[in-house]
Design a binder for this molecule. Structure first.
Ligand SMILES: *Cc1c(COP(=O)(O)O)cnc(C)c1O
Length: 343
């Protein structure tokens, strides 16, 4: 019901293959038991949303590109890291809807080998024939957005009708609505009284805030752990709280998320965005060996490392149902040849 109301209120287009499966991870559950006994680990397969190899951005783009479509835009502009999955999927969605796309790649991660710039997501951008601009700084969200709007003005002057998907906190979190819908979808797959926790990568916070707000609006009190992949917990927490307040107001459930609902954890973030650490390497290998699940070094691998860390710290009780939300990202792994050394 919640989802229907949202789709009636905000322009939406179908892009994602949903519902995505909710599967058990029995092998991983046995490999990493809680301190009191085995936990029931599940995986929500949002790596399988389709749209040029899938990932969490498909659900978010259903609202951004829905608005672009409703505004009769003919061009879409967005920004992200060189190995951005968001940029890849934005291009795919725009092209599918008959719009052109121009993207801006930010140099967020330095000192990377050639594969980082040429394989994985950048390779896929070339295959879709998009226009690529570069932005020289990595930690300047506002500047990156400004550059996008400047470019939009230029192409407006050429008679085009651009639509910008910005990244900074200064815009309405339309994409998070996709994860309010995903929360409703998940509660059709597992009872709200049986769901104990969800663990998810927390980057811009759209996925984390949408899911948390959706679950609370639907009367589910499961804990939602955001594993920081972009910035420290100290910076991510207020960002998430603001996002949840915006999203809950947008869906007519203002105030449904409390301060104490915001759980962010940056134990596996170092040495920073897009940079590997040994916990993440081990998590990628464990998921691959135990479950045949492919994770990436920047997002889903770190989220899995965060989940394993929480289990080892005794955060979950035996028999609890804990869902790992797989946000995708495996195409980005091709930019990390150091994964060849995994064993
Ligand atoms: C973008 C992305 C995330 C982070 O999602 P946010 O909604 O920005 O927090 C996580 N995993 C993958 C694979 C992504 O591409």
């Amino acid at each position: 019901m919640l989802g229907k109301n949202i789709i009636n209120k905000y322009p939406w287009v179908r892009l994602a293959h949903t519902p995505t499966p909710l599967e058990r991870m029995d092998n991983l559950s046995r490999k990493f038991p809680g301190s009191q006994g085995t936990i029931n680990l599940w995986i929500k397969r949002d790596d399988c949303t389709g749209l040029a190899l899938g990932g969490n951005k498909a659900r978010q783009l259903e609202f951004y590109l829905g608005e672009a479509h409703a505004q009769n835009a003919d061009s879409v502009l967005t920004t992200g890291a060189v190995q951005s999955n968001h940029v890849r999927m934005t291009v795919a969605g725009a092209h599918k809807l008959g719009m052109q796309c121009e993207v801006q790649l930010e140099k967020r991660v330095t000192n990377r080998p050639a594969e980082y710039y040429e394989s994985g997501n950048p390779l896929l951008l070339h295959m879709m024939g998009t226009t690529i601009h570069y932005y020289p700084f990595g930690e300047d969200e506002l500047g990156a957005d400004r550059a996008l709007y400047d470019r939009a003005e230029v192409i407006s002057g050429q008679g085009k009708k651009p639509y910008v998907i910005p990244l900074s906190q200064n815009h309405k979190p339309l994409g998070a609505l996709g994860y309010v819908l995903a929360a409703e979808e998940m509660l059709l797959q597992i009872k709200k009284t049986e769901l104990d926790a969800v663990v998810v990568a927390s980057g811009s916070g759209s996925t984390h805030s949408g899911l948390l707000t959706g679950l609370r609006a639907l009367g589910c009190s499961a804990k939602v752990y955001g594993i920081c992949v972009r910035r420290s917990a100290t910076l991510q927490k207020p960002r998430l709280l603001e996002r949840c307040q915006q999203v809950s107001t947008m869906i007519g459930h203002g105030g449904v998320v409390k301060d104490s609902d915001i759980l962010v954890n940056d134990d596996v973030l170092e040495p920073g965005y897009g940079r590997l650490n040994s916990a993440t390497l081990q998590a990628i290998l464990s998921a691959g060996k135990c479950e045949g699940i492919l994770l990436d070094p920047t997002y889903s691998g770190k989220a899995m490392a965060g989940l394993i860390r929480l289990i080892q710290e005794g955060e979950f009780n035996a028999g609890e149902n804990v869902v790992f939300l797989h946000t995708g990202g495996a195409p980005g792994a091709f930019g990390y040849p150091e994964l060849l050394k995994l064993q």
